[in-house]
Design a protein around this ligand. Structure first.
Ligand code: COA
Length: 189
């Protein structure tokens, strides 16, 4: 697979966090630290103890390692006009046999409500289909309405709900998960 280091869209740029430097980790941390509690409702890594070292280790040990073995492709999202960092999106669980993958994402609080995530999902999925993948999945907690709306507004099909599919540490409950999908053939339908 040959994912580009940068994917351009109308209002945003997806940029590979490469090389995975402390400078990049600090830039991301600066935007996340104030609302880590908000993210923590939905994303297990965003805990009260999250810090720059965790971010750096994510960039090195997750993003770079997965990019190298072609199991995942993570991108920072920047506003095109200001170049400001506004969130992350990643293609994960890339399965080259079944030609499938899953997209995960988050935005900084200030960047929500502008349609940036639907735009980012479409840009990344478009590249994924170009790279030969056939099925992209988005999973979210059934209570996470903004995330479900991203999937719906990006044209994903709700395949179903996996009941009590995982344990949420932060919410101290089993979560039901929506499974949304888009197929390569859906693009032309
Ligand atoms: C999930 C998340 C990324 C959704 O963010 P979002 O800003 O609601 O989603 P989008 O960027 O697609 O923007 C859609 C909103 O922008 C509005 N919008 C404004 N201008 C727009 C434009 N030009 N084009 C499209 N939508 C626009 C839409 O009406 C919609 O608002 P609404 O939900 O109030 O109707 C964000 O809530 C988040 O980061 N949550 C925490 C982390 C998380 O839950 N991640 C997912 C885990 S599965």
């Amino acid at each position: 697979m040959n994912f580009p280091n940068q994917i351009d869209s109308k209002r945003i740029i997806l940029q590979r966090p490469y090389p995975p430097t402390r400078e990049l980790a600090t830039e991301i941390y600066a935007e996340v630290s104030d609302f880590v509690d908000h993210l923590g409702q939905w994303l297990p890594w965003a805990s009260k103890t999250y810090g720059i070292e965790d971010e750096l280790s994510y960039l090195k040990d997750w993003c770079e390692a997965h990019w190298e073995n072609e199991e995942g492709f993570a991108y920072m999202i920047r506003e095109k006009e200001t170049k400001k960092f506004i969130g992350m999106i990643d293609l994960m669980k890339v399965n080259q046999k079944h030609k499938s993958a899953e997209i995960g994402f988050w935005l900084t609080e200030k960047a929500t409500g502008k349609g940036y995530m639907v735009e980012a999902v479409k840009a990344l999925e478009n590249e994924a289909f170009k790279q030969g993948l056939n099925r992209i999945v988005i999973m979210n907690d059934t209570k996470n309405i903004p995330s479900a709306n991203v999937a719906k507004n990006a044209g994903y099909h709700l395949d179903g709900v996996l009941r009590e599919e995982r344990w949420s540490e932060t919410q101290n409950r089993f979560r039901d998960s929506n499974v949304w999908s888009k197929l390569k053939s859906d693009q032309t339908r």
